[in-house]
Structures are given as C-alpha cells and as structure tokens.
Ligand binder design. Structure first.
Ligand SMILES: Nc1ncnc2c1ncn2[C@@H]1O[C@H](COP(=O)(O)OP(=O)(O)OP(=O)(O)O)[C@@H](O)[C@H]1O
Length: 268
C-alpha cells in the first residue's frame, strides 16, 4: 500500500506541530522517522492509523483518503499492548477474531504465529508471566497475524534493554522481509533506524519539518553498522548531538527541547 502525504500541517489549538509535510512512501518501503522529542512523529503515525486528522493537506493510502482506522493499517506501541487478562495465544487470536474469523482458525493461526516469533510453549502464559521482550514478540505476532498492508511502529522496543532490543530488531526484520508490508517506524534509536529502514527522515524541532532525507535502499544489513558510520554521524549532528559522547544519544533525543536547566545547587 502506498502512502502519500501532501502538504500536511497539523495544529492542536495554537500549537503548530507539523508544517507542510510531503512525502510518498512506496508499497513495501520501510521509512524511519527520527527527531527530537515532541516534534510530532507519533502524531504523523496516528494520522496514518486514522486516529488523528491533518489540519490541512491530504493523506491518502493507495489513492484513498485516510479518514478512519482500518485493519489494513496496524499500529504497534512500545508497551502495554497486550490484554493482561488474556493468555498470549488469546491475545494473538483476537486480532483475527476482530475480523470475524472463525475462532478455531484464529487459534490455529495464533499458534503458528507464536511459533514464528519463537514463543512456542508459552501459548497459555499470561503477559505478566513472561519477560518484556517476550511480550513484544507476542505484540509482533498479533500485528502480523492480520497481514496488515501498513505496519506503524511507535518506539516498538523503546522499553527493552539494548541486547533484547537488538534481538527483537532482527525478528522484526525477518518478518518484514517475509511479509513485505509498508512500514513507518518512529524511533529514538538512530542505529535502529539505520538497521531497519530503506529511508530515514530526520525532523526538526516543532513545528516539524524534514531536515534531511536519507536513502539507504534495500541494502542487506547486519547489526555491524560500521559502513554507515558517516550517515550516523550526520544524523546525530543534525539532531544537535555531540558524537563524541555517544552514550547520551537516546537520552538526548528523549529530552524535552523546552526543558529548562535547573539552577545551580538545586536538586534536579
Ligand atoms: N491529542 C493531542 N492534543 C493536544 N496536543 C497533542 C495531542 N497529541 C500530541 N500533542 C502535542 O503535539 C506535540 C507532538 O507530540 P508527538 O507525540 O507527536 O511527538 P513525538 O515526536 O512523537 O514525541 P516523542 O518522541 O516524545 O514521543 C506535543 O507537544 C504534544 O503535546
């Protein structure tokens, strides 16, 4: 499914969040959105999901106006995505039951998808009985089982530790390669964007405009991103991050741009 953003502006009351956003995301393309906290990345995803509407401009999916949510466009959040009172298999099967599919078929498919994300044997566990990484595997199974044409990922692994995040990124990459949905990924993690995306859009502070568009193409990638070091450095510099102190990347991107420094001696 092709997504076309044509002169999209979004305001909430007096607050202008996105200004004149233009791009076309091709069928099967993976586009990452990176930018400072609060610049409007999630708002853009919510518009594609049909949960928010542009204040001006137009947004179409395969030429049709996006006006409401549809199972063709699935949103995956960072956490709290699973129903805690349902087992993993029930959570996954629900995505098909919502489409009025037969319950037995939905359960069979859910078992298959849990196997694909390496959760065979955990079907009858409740979300609180498994790790955060396993919950996100389950959330991916629930997103993919409905075979969405557009997958919208909002910081899908933001709550996970670095090692688990890398493992889950590989799981997601394999699923995307097999299923080929169009993907829009919002992330604070520049490495995640470079690893997963065909194209990266770097946004400015609010009102968000595109500072740079980086075409990576369908290059086979591994977690060794040394070949992309120059791109990574450029992106970080665009975001105003000192590349000599890399450990602060995620924290800096998450920091509120309007945050006021605490007075000397004050406990932050
Ligand atoms: N429903 C809403 N009503 C009013 N203001 C909103 C609404 N949704 C978002 N905003 C505001 O729009 C701005 C952009 O929010 P958004 O969540 O899209 O940013 P973001 O780039 O995804 O941030 P982060 O990276 O921190 O998740 C913020 O200032 C936010 O307070």
């Amino acid at each position: 499914m092709e997504l076309r953003f044509d002169g999209i502006t979004k305001t909430f009351g007096e607050l202008e969040v996105i200004r004149q956003f233009e791009t076309t995301i091709r069928q099967g393309e993976i586009v990452a959105l990176v930018g400072p906290s609060g610049c409007g990345k999630s708002t853009l995803l919510h518009m594609v999901a049909g949960l928010q509407h542009p204040s001006s401009g137009s947004l179409t999916a395969d030429g049709k106006d996006v006006s409401r949510p549809s199972p063709e466009r699935t949103l995956v959040f960072q956490e709290h995505a699973l129903y805690p009172w349902m087992t993993l298999i029930e959570n996954v099967a629900l995505a098909l039951e919502f489409q009025n599919r037969d319950k037995t078929y939905a359960r069979e498919q859910a078992r298959k998808w849990l196997g694909r994300v390496k959760l065979a044997g955990f079907e009858d566990y409740y979300p609180h009985q498994v790790s955060g990484g396993m919950r996100q595997r389950c959330a991916l199974a629930r997103a993919f089982i409905a075979r969405p044409e557009v997958l919208l990922l909002d910081e899908p692994f933001g709550a996970l530790d670095a090692l688990t995040r890398m493992t889950l990124q590989s799981v997601l990459k394999d699923l995307i390669e097999e299923e080929r949905p169009t993907v829009v990924l919002v992330t604070h993690d520049v490495d995640e964007a470079l690893y997963l995306a065909d194209r990266v859009l770097v946004f400015s502070n609010r009102p968000a405009t595109v500072l740079q568009e980086i075409e990576l193409g369908h290059i086979p990638k591994t977690h060794d991103l040394s070949a992309f070091a120059h791109i990574r450095r450029d992106v970080l510099q665009l975001l105003g991050i000192d590349t000599d102190s890399e450990e602060t990347i995620t924290e800096t991107l998450q920091a509120t741009p309007q945050a006021t420094p605490s007075r000397q001696g004050e406990i932050a």
